[in-house]
Design a protein. Structure first.
Length: 306
């Protein structure tokens, strides 16, 4: 049996949120979203977690999150540094403030992961079933099989948008339980007529059905992905940035390319739980309420780690 690792992507600056949202409490005893993810991951069988963080937030993150989690799982840290895996001689523009995206973030975890692994966002609540489904698949996956076997937990788009502003979503096309295409839409909003996306920052809105499956960045991969990311990152740097200097290398777009190339398959599993997240500060009260409801239903104890 494989021993899967959980990677939690926590390097985001929280710019739209206005603070370090990954460590903003949402539970009755100061728990943060990561606590509930770790709790669910441990219940599912995960024993090791890698936190991908920005170097400048290392001390604050380790003190407020890492030390607590270390009591329950093996904890490692990886850092998303802008100069990692850059093509030789490439000079980063001084205007570039953002990280290189989730694809580069996962690549920065390479030396911390040996076997199959799952990735999640630090600021998303996924629910217990997502961890159970991914852990089972990763425990049984054939890591050397080609095409590479990947996995994804999907959620319905209509339940993942907010009235507080735009969000990014990996919009999926599925054939049965197989992913046939995925595109990262970086500007998705909720309108009077339902969800819509834009490619021009909201000037033109294109409707998307509410029941469209989307990726909330809960993926299961084999370690073979690291070679693909290392190969594609210099191409992204040399080609995509010419068109958009602020572009990012998104995992959904990498997977979409691989699907078109025939180098991977992706089994899609629909979550049995509802997603919750805090893209904006105004989203927080809804997440706090949702967690209290889950506690009252017996999904979580009132004091998570007592």
């Amino acid at each position: 049996m494989n021993e899967p690792t959980l990677i939690i992507l926590a390097a985001g600056m929280g710019s739209r949120y206005g603070g370090l949202k990954q460590i903003d409490p949402i539970g009755p005893n100061g728990e943060i979203i990561i606590d509930y993810s770790i709790y669910d991951a441990k219940r599912a069988g995960f024993k090791k977690v890698v936190f991908l963080i920005a170097p400048h937030m290392a001390e604050a993150f380790q003190n407020s999150v890492g030390k607590r989690v270390e009591e329950h799982m093996e904890v490692l840290y990886a850092f998303q540094e802008a100069n990692k895996y850059l093509p030789e001689g490439y000079v980063i523009s001084p205007e570039r403030k953002k990280p290189w995206g989730t694809g580069h973030a996962v690549l920065c975890c390479r030396d911390k992961v040996e076997g199959p692994f799952a990735i999640i966002n630090a600021d998303d609540y996924y629910g217990p079933s997502a961890f159970e489904q991914i852990y089972k698949q990763l425990s049984e996956v054939e890591v050397n099989k080609r095409p590479m076997q990947f996995f994804m937990v999907s959620y319905m788009l209509g339940k993942t948008v907010t009235d507080k502003g735009s969000v990014a979503r990996g919009v999926c096309v599925c054939e049965g339980d197989s992913l046939s295409n995925i595109v990262e839409r970086t500007y998705v909003v909720n309108t009077e007529n339902g969800p819509a996306y834009s490619t021009d920052k909201g000037e033109t809105l294109i409707p998307i059905p509410e029941n469209t499956p989307v990726s909330m960045n809960f993926w299961g991969f084999t370690p073979a992905l690291f070679d693909v990311l290392e190969e594609k990152f210099p191409i992204f740097i040399n080609e995509a940035l010419k068109l958009n200097p602020n572009d990012e290398m998104y995992i959904p777009n990498v997977v979409g390319e691989m699907l078109r190339e025939g180098t991977c398959t992706v089994k899609v599993m629909q979550s049995r739980d509802e997603w919750h997240g805090v893209t904006y500060k105004e989203d927080k009260p809804e997440v706090v309420k949702a967690i209290l409801n889950l506690i009252s239903e017996g999904v979580y104890p009132h004091n998570l780690w007592s």
